[in-house]
Design a binder for this molecule. Structure first.
Ligand code: NAD
Length: 322
């Protein structure tokens, strides 16, 4: 996947922006990332690949080691795939990869983020864990540092309130896998300074993503439309309107979706779907699109969490739906 990006982009040995790009570019030059899990490691990789200096932070050495591994393995995959499909480009891509790795500073100390222009937070989706982090970031980072959250389901306003940086907080919502998915939702608070928003749009473009912007509403754009569609598909299952297979086939072939809503729910994880929907139901009881279907509760009670547990609405063998 990364290879396709590399090839599409052309001239990877220049490391993306090159010197001219940097001179023209925004105020964001140094990017901090906190949390090197599923999302954070990808954000580190694409930022370093496109020429940004990156400070990558985890809470403990063992998680930092895991993060380094994830990034190294993902870069190794790009090289392996280049070797197989475009061997003549291998030296160039190897040089880009080496330059990208050299731009990443790893640390377990939040202090390493002090002079970053933006810090992107990609830690667990739990406000009790995020709040103290934003308080620390406000104390540690220079006054200009923009604080950006990758949260999928929490209000960005909570991060701004926790940090006190009402004018310098945004959402930068990436999609999984970050290396492949082109979209970034740039979430603007009413208090976000225009130059902060502009800098985040420019950074998103500089890492070869397509930014869209929206206000701080539940689910932003994509999840506000996708998650209720998954819930509606589950309600059809509850009512017996159609079979699981037919619902998904219909949305693939009739609506042109790459996967049906129930396959997507399995892919995301049924516990994650439940977590998002229940949070919305609790916080927005008057929104009829937010509802927890019975079949979702039942699957979870049976320990069927989707792809990661081997079974949800469908049975799975690793990444493959059976
Ligand atoms: N998984 C997705 O598809 C997806 C998509 C878009 C956005 N998000 C959002 O991104 C964020 C991260 O999700 P993820 O799936 O990458 O989670 P993850 O569990 O894979 O990774 C989270 C990482 O954060 C680290 N961490 C936890 N507390 C920390 C702290 N105080 N300081 C430093 N590091 C800490 C953990 O060690 C872990 O490595 C969440 O807010 C989530 O809502 C997830």
């Amino acid at each position: 996947a990364m290879l396709r990006q590399v090839l599409a982009r052309g001239r990877p040995a220049l490391g993306g922006r090159g010197l001219a790009g940097r001179a023209l570019s925004t105020e964001i030059q140094k990017v901090g990332v906190v949390g090197l899990g599923l999302m954070g490691h990808g954000i580190v990789q694409v930022s370093a690949w496109e020429g940004f200096d990156v400070v990558a932070v985890e809470k403990e050495q063992k998680f930092l080691d895991l993060g380094v591994d994830r990034i190294d393995q993902s870069i190794a995959k790009v090289l392996k795939s280049t070797e197989k499909r475009k061997p003549d480009m291998l030296p160039e891509v190897e040089a880009t990869a080496a330059a990208a790795k050299a731009r990443i500073e790893y640390s377990t100390d939040l202090g390493a983020l002090a002079d970053c222009d933006v810090v992107i937070e990609a830690i667990v989706e739990d406000m009790a864990v995020k709040t103290p982090l934003y308080q620390s970031l406000n104390e540690i980072c220079k006054p200009e540092t923009i604080l950006a959250t990758n949260t999928s389901s929490l209000p960005v306003q909570l991060m701004a309130d926790a940090s006190g940086r009402l004018d310098r907080t945004v959402g930068l919502h990436f999609f999984n896998p970050v290396q492949m998915m082109k979209l970034v939702e740039v979430v603007k608070l009413e208090t976000t300074a225009p130059e902060v928003f502009d800098a985040c749009m420019a950074y998103s473009k500089a890492i070869k993503k397509v930014p869209v912007s929206c206000l701080d509403t539940p689910g932003f754009i994509v999840n506000r439309l996708l998650v209720p569609a998954m819930a509606q598909a589950m309600l059809m299952v509850d009512r017996g309107d159609a079979s699981i297979e037919d619902i998904d086939t219909a949305m693939q072939l009739g609506a042109g979706h790459p996967m049906g809503p129930l396959t997507l729910a399995d892919y995301v994880g049924l516990d994650t779907c439940m977590f998002i929907l229940q949070g919305w139901v609790d916080n927005f009881p008057d929104e009829p699109a937010f509802i927890v279907p019975e079949c979702l509760k039942a699957k979870i009670a049976e320990g069927k969490l989707g792809r990661k547990s081997g079974e949800g609405f469908f049975k799975w063998d690793g990444m493959k739906r059976l």
